[in-house]
Design a protein around this ligand. Structure first.
Ligand SMILES: [Zn+2]
Length: 468
């Protein structure tokens, strides 16, 4: 039967409607507000399809799902099981897909956090657990005379005021915490917005690394591992760099540690999981180099249409410093600059902070500054986000093209969760499959006894969700 035939529909304000619809077509119901579009689509066709499907299931399944009331109609033919994607306002987010709206993605998140195999995104190898002793051994290799803070994690993107935690810490003798990148004394009153998510670390110790203080360093690190439930960080306040150490996951090839993965790490809607570059969208507008670069001009002649001008004191100094440090000339035409020089100018320096010498060309004053140079593209994006003028935004967008996000390659989440695999497939691989392929994947998925124990109940629900 390739038609849906409805007779005598009286759902809500529908007045005895007779209707025949062709299957496998995109059909649109239009009409003024209150004319019964939703009554027909959701409350009649969708509900009747669901009701019939549930009726066809076993007694056990029906008890679990509950019976649905029959819509008010005389006759309905040709209706098969139905799926409804509702017109929810939250669906306006560009992050929504059919998968997220139907809830499949939430199953994936939990499943990957529970039985996914974590890989290091840099080395590509499966990460391993690391013993306390091995971690402490690594600390011996840290260079002496460096000032460091030892930090144990208390909360990651967690909402709350943390009043009791702070009082408790103070009682235990800790005096400082870092809240959202800022160091704060626990003896001062701390007010946190309970509706906002916070990152909090406990400062376990502050010390200057030296031969004599090796045992203190290890003691503090040991303590940080205990308090941080298996992970802690060493923070260098001079370079603002932080190194994570963790018992949970370590990649010997890249020498990088990772924290355990939770369902939020797989969410592109949660700050803990979302790709920082595209904010969980998976695609982003990037400046088109062909449109913004004049190949024959040099940096001193403003070869880039969107960069801050060489004629300003600040940027003349920054570009001159980059040229001095990376060994190129600001007077060389863009096309003749090395790839490395071009990359530094466009995408920034690998080093987080660069010491730069500044000179005022007219006043002839000199000073030093630490500059975090992230490149002209980053700066242009920042200006665009802050811009309020429509004219400026339109002008900038004309110089951009929509592309897959270079950081997450479309997976929309951070590199570490993005590299995690289930039966050799990443979360992004699975979301790219068609529904029937996905069903096939889960029907043939081989799990160890241990994994089965953890995920069986979840998988059962999941398969039912797919079949439904
Ligand atoms: Zn991204």
């Amino acid at each position: 039967m390739d038609e849906i035939i409805l007779k005598g529909v009286k759902v809500h304000n529908l007045k005895n409607v007779d209707l025949t619809l062709k299957k496998n077509q995109l059909i649109v119901f239009t009409g003024v507000s209150g004319s019964g579009k939703s009554s027909l689509a959701f409350d009649t066709i969708y509900t009747e399809g669901q009701r019939r499907y549930i009726e066809s299931l076993s007694h056990h399944a029906r008890r679990y799902l509950g019976d649905l009331p029959k819509p008010d109609l005389k006759k309905a033919e040709g209706i098969t099981p139905t799926i409804a994607i509702e017109q929810k306002l939250q669906g306006k987010s560009p992050r929504s897909t059919v998968g997220t709206l139907t809830g499949i993605y939430d199953f994936f998140r939990i499943l990957f956090a529970k039985i996914g195999v974590p890989y290091c995104p840099i080395s590509g190898e499966i990460v391993q657990k690391q013993s306390k002793d091995k971690i402490l051994q690594k600390l011996e290799k840290l260079p002496f005379k460096k000032r460091i803070y030892i930090l144990a994690p208390l909360a990651r993107q967690k909402k709350g005021e943390f009043k009791e935690d702070f009082a408790d810490l103070l009682k235990k003798g800790y005096t400082r915490v870092r809240i959202n990148q800022e160091f704060i004394d626990l003896t001062e009153p701390i007010y946190l917005d309970k509706k906002k998510a916070h990152d909090i670390d406990i400062v376990i110790d502050r010390l200057v690394l030296s031969e004599q203080d090796q045992s203190r360093l290890k003691e503090s690190a040991h303590q940080a591992l205990e308090i941080g439930k298996g992970s802690f960080s060493i923070y260098d306040p001079d370079s603002d760099e932080q190194t994570l150490f963790s018992e949970h996951a370590y990649s010997p090839k890249s020498n990088l540690f990772y924290e355990p993965l939770n369902p939020q790490d797989f969410s592109f809607n949660h700050p803990k999981g979302m790709c920082e570059m595209c904010h969980g969208i998976g695609t982003m507008y990037e400046f088109d180099l062909e449109k913004i670069m004049d190949l024959d001009l040099s940096i001193s002649e403003d070869c880039c249409l969107i960069s801050s001008s060489y004629d300003t004191v600040r940027y003349k100094n920054i570009y001159d410093n980059l040229a001095r440090i990376y060994g190129f000339s600001v007077k060389t035409p863009w096309k003749k600059l090395s790839k490395e020089a071009q990359n530094v100018f466009l995408y920034g320096t690998k080093k987080k902070w660069t010491e730069m010498r500044f000179r005022h060309p007219h006043k002839n004053t000199r000073w030093m500054e630490y500059v975090q140079w992230k490149g002209v593209l980053f700066e242009a994006h920042k200006r665009l986000i802050k811009a309020t003028s429509n004219l400026y935004q339109t002008k900038m967008h004309a110089l951009m093209t929509l592309d897959i996000c270079p950081s997450c390659k479309g997976s929309r989440i951070k590199p570490y969760p993005s590299a995690c695999k289930l039966a050799k497939k990443t979360l992004h691989d699975l979301t790219s499959l068609a529904l029937d392929e996905l069903l096939d994947f889960f029907q043939t998925l081989q799990l160890s006894t241990e994994e089965k124990k953890i995920a069986e109940e979840l998988l059962k629900k999941f398969k039912k969700g797919l079949l439904f």
